[in-house]
Design a protein around this ligand. Structure first.
Ligand code: COA
Length: 324
């Protein structure tokens, strides 16, 4: 029996505290104007003291369950993408599982930094297609504020905290570009580029958490090339042309990356969902957050064709073609 998976609901959560660019300019040598001009970011949400990735993931997961009309006890898979887990182990996904009261199936984390949600979606989609699960909660959740060097102006202004989730349900029959569902996923990584974007700590190397380090210009260059290539890969492998895409739901790193990628792909910028101004870069949370925002405000409608894409540390990158 062939199966495919359908996204039947989505949800998100943002910490209450909003930090405007001007507030950052009071503590590091930067300005509202510089941040807006170079990144498009105006503000970001920052988790409260003691508020963890699990808290954010749980709230987004609950919202997705409610939106889908599925009970936690009917879940049999949670795949949670994060680079900022509550603990080295156990996986944050298992803590979310316990809080939701899900007793069966499996819950685990996937780690691909800013591409994490696309990776998690691909993993869950493949589980469902293989008939190994029926209802999967796919979450992207991060508290990057905990791994930022707040004295480094070249990185601390770029990121925020948040979470987003989708409910993926198995349905009979193979995926088809004309019907709702996850039509394809394409993943890539190239470990040679580790030094362009990494955290200078970890349990096995320094026994500390460490801070995010980035060669911004290098990342920018690779991001536009890799994202355009993996979007093209999705279009070509499904015989879909760029003008058939209703919405691009990209990883929200920088407005200039969104614009440059759209230009390279000859995609209408009005068809690109952008939430970077209000959320900044929330890493694995950014794609499901952008998706939930645009579904919530009515831009994304059932039956429309979406391309999801992301790129992150590793490097990792990926795309998914979805009929909403
Ligand atoms: N405020 C003010 N000035 C800043 C600054 C800040 N927050 N951060 C850096 N600068 C300065 C630099 O020190 C540099 O000064 P100099 O010319 O005197 O040396 C100048 O601005 C230009 O820096 P540069 O790094 O060349 O700027 P840029 O145009 O490349 O923009 C980024 C920097 C980080 C915004 C940009 O490279 C970027 O967005 N890269 C991709 C990052 C990303 O998306 N990462 C995550 C991917 S998942």
């Amino acid at each position: 029996m062939a199966y495919h998976s359908v996204i039947i609901g989505c949800g998100s959560y943002l910490p209450e505290r909003v930090v405007e660019n001007k507030e950052l300019a009071a503590t590091v040598d930067t300005s509202d104007e510089w941040i807006i001009e170079r990144t498009g970011i105006h503000r970001r949400h920052i988790a409260a003291d003691g508020e963890t990735t699990c808290d954010l993931a749980h709230a987004a997961g609950l919202a997705a369950l409610q939106n889908a009309g599925v009970r936690a006890e009917d879940l049999d898979l949670i795949v949670l993408a994060t680079a900022t887990p509550d603990h080295t182990f156990p996986a944050t996904a298992t803590q979310v599982q316990a809080r939701l009261g899900m007793m069966k199936g499996a819950a685990f984390d996937v780690h691909a930094v800013c591409s994490g949600f696309i990776y998690a979606l691909a993993v869950a989609d493949n589980f469902l297609k293989a008939g190994q699960a029926k209802n999967a909660l796919v979450i992207g959740a991060e508290t990057f504020s905990r791994i930022l060097d707040w004295k480094d102006r070249s990185t601390c202004v770029l990121f925020g905290d948040g979470a987003g989730a989708v409910l993926l349900q198995r349905q009979d029959g193979a995926a088809d570009v004309g019907s709702p569902g996850v039509i394809s996923t394409h993943l890539h990584s190239d470990g040679r580029y580790k030094d362009h974007l990494y955290v200078d700590g970890g349990p096995s190397s320094t026994q500390s958490t460490g801070y995010l380090r980035m060669a911004g210009r290098e990342v920018f260059k690779h991001a536009v090339t890799n994202l355009a290539s993996v979007v093209n890969e999705a279009l070509e492998s499904n015989n879909v042309s760029a003008d058939q895409i209703d919405w691009v739901v990209p990883h929200q790193a920088n407005q200039r990356i969104l614009d440059a990628t759209a230009r390279k792909l000859k995609l209408d910028p009005a068809r690109v969902i952008s939430t970077v101004a209000n959320h900044a870069n929330t890493s694995a949370a950014s794609v499901p957050l952008a998706l939930s925002t645009a579904v919530g405000d009515g831009r994304i409608k059932r039956g429309q064709l979406l391309i999801l894409e992301a790129m992150g540390g590793g490097f990792t990158w990926g795309s998914s073609l979805v009929r909403w």
